[in-house]
Design a protein around this ligand. Sequence first.
Ligand code: SF4
Length: 947
Amino acid sequence: MEDEPQPPRNQLRSYPPVESWSDWVEHDPQAWPEKAERHYRLIPTICFNCEAACGLLAYVDKETGEIAKIEGNPVHPASRGRLCAKGLAIMNQLQSADRVLYPMKRKGPRGSNQWERTTWDEVLETFGARIRRAIREGRGEEVMYHVGRPGHDGYMERVLQGWGVDGHNSHVNICSAAARLGYFLWQGADRPSPDYANARCILLISAHLESGHYFNPHAQRIIEAKMAGAKLIVVDPRLSNTASCADSWLAPHPGTETAVLLAMAKVILDSGRFDARFMRQWVNWEDYEADGFVARGKTFEEFVTALRTHYAPYTPEFAERESGVPAEAIAQAAQDVADAGSRFASHVWRASAAGNLGGWQSARALVLLQALTGSMGTRGGLSPNSWDKFVPEPFRVPPAQERWNELLYPPEWPLSHHEMSQLLPHFLKEGRGRLDVYFTRVFNPVWTYPDGFSWMEVLRDERLVGLHAALTPVWSETAAFADYVLPMGLACERHDVQSQETQAGSWIGFRQPVVRVFRELEHGERVHYTYEANPGEVWEEDEFWTSLSWHIDPDGSMGIRQWFESQTEPGTPVSVDEYYGHIFDHSVPGLPAAAAREGLTPLQYMRKYGAFEVARDVYSVNEAPLSGADTTTQEGDLLSKDGRAVGVLVGGRSVVGYETPSRKLELYSTTMRDWKWPEFALPEYIRSHVGPAALAVAGGETAGPSGDGMPLVEWPTHARGDVLVLVPTYRLPTLIHTRNNNAKWLFEISHKNPLLMSSTDASRLQVRTGDLVKVHTEIGWFVISLWLTEGLKPGVVACSHHLGRWRRDRDEAIERWGSSVVSVEEPEPGKWMLRVKEATQPWTSSDPDSQRIWWSDTGVHQNLTFPVHPDPVSGMQCWHQVVKVEKAGGDDRYGDVFVDTALAHQVYLRWKSLCRPAPGPGDLRRPLWFARVARPAPEAYLMSPAG
Ligand code: SF4
């Protein structure tokens, strides 16, 4: 970062220079025209309003000691000083009058929303004793931590493994499980790292210029590439802002994207414009077996002929019939990709992957294009995320737990990526287990997940969930069903290290509690716990978990306390300074030297800059040499050490290769073959549950089941109307799930989510913009208003999922900038009706803006009406829905939601029946080479452990 160009003095600057951060002077805009100087200390930290981890610079007013504004951190290597609207809106969240400021304890029946203030000491005593008892009684798996937005890198794995508990649950299977599996099977790393900035052609199955994974760091690099002449191809049934910037917009029927990609692959294969040298060296073509052809012992040329034969059916004309995208457009896109050669970058994360049965194959097909063009690991190409995301060695690592929790990784989904979290309510209802202590952290499944009423049924039942603590900065629909609501810090109020694969290089960012650091640096105060400096008694996770671990094992006899004990002051809990100081001292290459050049410790350096660039221009890591000492055995080209593949011989050189069993890119997956899915060992097109064939069956045009064995839609008797596909996954650029809580600027910009419909469908249904329609799913319905657009494929309707928040009481502090007051009733067991009683309206608070709300429509909560659709392979929630849409009737009101949770359970059972459960080879629950969060000991992978 010392190379960062600095403009000469007396010129305009985009950002305050680092040397002035300890005393930055600006004129107070409120005092204008008087030039009143205000002095600030600028303290870097990391954004938490999405996963990109952009760098923030907090301006702390020296007079008030409060954060006056937030801007981008110019020395952050990924975001480079830029923030999106969500990042800037952190100020709203910090200053919101609706925050949770003190630990709260339920005082009425669960779910009744009656609370009283309690103390952190009481919380630690209560939870410490209960967890101690569960662990001592061998019920450790009844303790579960369930995280919505992670942003707390590595710490929770330590905590749970320190307790010896297999209890880490996440939100991944409603988010990215499908894409992860697709990428993982190819490269042994479950995320892509595209080098957009240097690409000549970029193919996005996403709306990356406005939203999506790491969108701010990615969008700025995509634009750089475009300005340098790169072609942009966007695949999306909706004309997103991103699609509107594309050179080619391909709008397939949802669920047919893989057919389009495989047709592109066929065009490249047939034209001979693939990189034969790369394929020969780096693709595991010798493992290939298909259509009676076995490649081992054959030539590469014979393999290519067999591959062409295999993909022969995927003609552009076939893809056109499936997707509706013209064959010429598909062929042209293939030529554009081939033209880019090794400088082709692509991305899918949610979109087709997250929407569809078999969506994981769209990631498989996309990487096939990368492999064909030889653009894996190249400048302008695509790398595994593990090359670019920097993961430091943590402070003291406890041993892996010896137990396997089937509520997290059940045997039916042995290849899931990762925990089958969307099914937790159904597992609990089926009696597969219970939760004695349940921590939810920044997690709001009642609102964010499909099938939210099933969550409510489970969360209110104290036999199934014994004690529930919601760790959250804000109130939410789920926190309402907790026993304790524990306030945790926002982005500027806690510690964490972050690194993401945002470019062809790696970096580490330091999230820190700004006011605490300000008081320590500016006034030399010693702040023992972060809640002493945060508003109210808002704490931070690191210190909470450390303190709780000491309460579980106060005398150290359980062997837990040792993992949370200071190494410099034995007998006392490890402090955040010691914990992060240890990481920065020992495991960030180059950081100690950079710090020493400034006369700082590594921790002081990170507190000053907030980020450190570890490596630039990271390419071709697969070609890194392997020394003889690194290997012990060789079998064919595969090099192993201690029974584990560590490298491969390529062109006569020993190199590390990829993190797969073959150490090559796995076009042919022996894992899929061996784990009961041989028909999907290659990238293939799986017909989606919302594809044209499924629609024809659902609409009664053809008889089921379809050839791909997809689960049939069984319509409730009340469902009427035209059969269409609902795409419920798209994101408004300024909103992102519950984390937008209390961001008034964002809700002023975006507050309604009408149902988008093409004019073709609207004229058939005889509806217009503003009309109410009733959308039927398999388990219920919702009523919403309509927005006609020419920017959506006919046959498809779309609705953004970031709106429709609700509260059951006017004074409940759940997102009052963007939620309605509703009644929630259950007239019969399992039959739920939600109806809007009162739209959002102004209210009185310490913020005068709460009296200035001019909007009333805050959207409709569609997710409640979606059943779980767990993909039988990846475990991904297949979000897209086959729906029936009709004009709303006289009794229907805007925002109405009806759900029958008995039907929801039936849909769960139908999808579960598609699974091919463990054990796999060797009596394993899961392939040993597959990633797993908080990985247990190898013995725990056995279905029938010895003894
Ligand atoms: S892209 Fe994400 S991390 Fe970056 S500023 Fe926006 S919300 Fe924050």
